[in-house]
Write a protein that binds this ligand. Sequence first.
Ligand SMILES: *Cc1c(COP(=O)(O)O)cnc(C)c1O
Length: 237
Amino acid sequence: MMEKLSAEEFDLNFKAVNEKLDVALKKAGKTRDDVILLAATKTVDVDTINYAINKGINYIGENKVQELLSKQDGIIDVHHHFIGHLQTNKVKDIIDRVELIHSVDSLKLAKEISKQAVKKNKVMDILLEVNIGDEESKWGFEPNELESAIKEIAALENLRVCGIMAIPPICNEPEQNRKYFKQMQQLFIDIKNKNIDNCFMNILSMGMSDDFDIAIEEGANLVRVGTALFGKRYYIK
Ligand SMILES: *Cc1c(COP(=O)(O)O)cnc(C)c1O
C-alpha cells in the first residue's frame, strides 16, 4: 500500500518550492503576481489536494479525464486546468469542468473543443502544445507548423487561444532544457507580435518540478509542479 503524504511533509515541500520560486522570480525581475504556480495533482488523493489548497495552492491540473471526473466534486473550488493528452471523444466530459486546456495538440482536437463549446454556449480557453524537443513520442505541434495551426484554430468558434505549452524531453540535468525554454519564449513572442485575430498569447506554460526555476528565467508565466509538492510516492511507475 502506498503511504500517505503527511501534512508536515507537504508543508516542507511547499516551503522549498516557494523558496525556489522566489529566487527564480528575483532573477527574472518578476513578482508573485507574474507567475502562476499550478499544482499537478495526478495520483494525489482529494484530502491531500484540499490540504494543499488550504495552504495556498489555487491552481490545480489533472492530466487524465477519468481521474479529474472522479476527484473534482470533492475538491475545494479553485482554478481547475486540464494538462494531459485529451482524446476527442472525452472533450464533452470536461468542457464545462475546466477553465483552461493546456494540451491542444491537433487541429482535430481543437475542432471538437469548438463544437462542444458551441453546444454548451461557452467560450473555452486553450493553449496549444508544442513538441519543442521534436520527439517522436510526444504530442503537439512542430514549432514550424505552429503559426499556421494557430491561425486556423483561432478562427474556430467559441475558442480563445491564450498561449502555448510544452513538455521538453526528459533529461538528467535541468540546465539541458534551457535551450528548449528559450525557443518556446521566442515562439511566444514571435506569435504575439503577429497580432493574429482571437489569439491572445498571455500564457507561456512550461517548467515542472526539476526545472521550473529555469523555465521562469526563460519567460514562463505558468509552471506545473507535481513531485516537488507531493513527493515521488504518489507516482506509480
Ligand atoms: C505530471 C505533470 C507535470 C508535473 O510533473 P512533475 O515532474 O511531477 O513536477 C507537469 N505537466 C504535466 C502535463 C504533467 O502531466
